[in-house]
Design a binder for this molecule. Structure first.
Ligand code: SIN
Ligand code: CO
Length: 396
């Protein structure tokens, strides 16, 4: 029996398998007491502090802003911004809080029934009474976990991506929002609402300390996938691989693009693109590209292998850097560890160990090729020793 066959409190006593079969990407699920006695892993002041840091993606949404209705401003903010805000009807939204606050990142362990490479980020909002961002749809799967205070959620059913939105504002607010039967709830701390992509929702703060944690999962669009895969493949194709029409019939009309020509081109495209090994190599790379590329910072003075081994053996664990993404895959051509958009061929044991989220210790050096790959990943900024971090990072 796998650990995914047991009922999870987080999923309202469904097993992960039941949840995935019946709700994930299909329909909403309200879970009362998903995390019993939940205490917010972050306080409102700390969230506001983050929103004042350069490099942190933060938005302020004011229903009646000084410059007009539904005003959206982008961080970094300063104290003066927060001082001028009214007592009601605004929201502060901070993206990727998991990158900055370890106790927020730790929440992700609860979601380990989903592949980590599907994760977008953990967004956290704070709102005084009435604060909301309007009724809208997202193209993401999201778990809305109430962290503190109260938020009323109303759902408006599954809508098409092009459902009409209000024009002339910076937010995508639905022109029409009709609450479905039995889709109106007030969530308390520890309650959670799962929403599949495309489901209309409207969440309004009902208290002066409303904080909502959005654990968001992304899925690449066909549009992005085709463009990105074609780019990846294009870089590797020889210029000699071309449209070819050896043995063709004489042209009937000099201006005609005939069926046979279209079919030759279709064959060239389909046979080139339909390459499972290349799809896998591209997919691993694209899904591990960092959300913020500038958060993965190569070491100014690269470490050599001996220095890395010595530091690890000194008892300093090596951590996955919070903005880094790891995944691995084994197939007939071998095992690849994908890290921050790159692929590294290595043993399956080493790939699995590295793509695990727990820190690395000296005993991990016993895995074949570990010292070299760990050194490389420390130098690229995907792994790091805590003691090497600057003061700025420690105050998070
Ligand atoms: C919020 O936390 O205010 C909004 C989250 C969402 O609707 O996706
Ligand atoms: Co939303």
């Amino acid at each position: 029996m796998s650990h995914h066959d047991k009922p999870l409190t987080l999923l309202g006593d469904l097993t992960a398998a039941d949840f995935l079969a019946n709700y994930w990407q299909q329909k909403p699920l309200l879970i009362r007491g998903a995390i019993p006695d939940f205490i917010s892993p972050i306080e409102a002041d700390e969230l506001a502090g983050l929103a004042c840091e350069p490099g942190v993606e933060a938005r302020l949404v004011e229903e009646a802003g000084p410059d007009g209705p539904w005003q959206v401003s982008h961080g970094p903010f300063d104290e003066a911004t927060f001082k001028r805000l009214p007592e009601e009807n605004w929201s502060l939204l901070v993206q990727a809080v998991d990158h900055y606050v370890p106790s927020v990142a730790a929440l992700l362990d609860e979601f380990d029934f989903l592949p980590r490479w599907r994760l977008d980020d953990v967004m956290i909002s704070y709102a005084p009474p009435g604060g909301n961002v309007g009724a809208h749809i997202d193209q993401y799967d999201v778990f809305l976990l109430q962290a503190s205070g109260l938020r009323r959620w109303q759902l408006g059913g599954k809508l098409a991506e092009d459902a009409p939105i209000i024009q002339g504002i910076d937010l995508r607010i639905l022109q029409e929002f009709t609450v479905e039967p039995d889709s109106d709830w007030v969530l308390e701390p520890g309650d959670m609402l799962y929403l599949p992509p495309g489901w209309a929702h409207h969440g309004v703060s009902q208290s002066d300390d409303c904080m909502t944690i959005s654990v968001g999962f992304r899925a690449p669009s066909a549009d992005e996938a085709i463009t990105s895969y074609a780019d990846y493949l294009g870089e590797q194709l020889p210029a000699s691989q071309r449209y070819s029409d050896a043995g063709m019939a004489p042209a009937q009309q000099v201006g005609e693009l005939d069926d046979a020509a279209v079919e030759r081109m279709r064959q060239l495209i389909v046979s080139t693109l339909d390459n499972p090994a290349q799809v896998a190599q591209w997919f691993g790379r694209v899904m591990t590209q960092p959300k913020y590329v500038d958060q993965v910072v190569p070491l100014e003075t690269p470490l050599n292998e001996a220095a890395l081994v010595a530091q690890l053996q000194d008892g300093e664990p090596l951590y996955h850097m919070p903005g880094s993404r790891f995944a691995w895959r084994s197939d007939a051509s071998g095992t690849t560890l994908f890290v921050d958009g790159d692929g590294h061929a290595c043993s399956p044991e080493l790939a699995k160990r590295l793509a695990d989220t727990t820190p690395l210790y000296p005993e991990d050096l016993e895995l074949e090729g570990a010292a070299a790959l760990l050194t490389q990943l420390v130098n690229t900024g995907s792994l790091g020793f805590m003691s090497d971090e600057g003061d700025d990072d420690e105050e998070y």
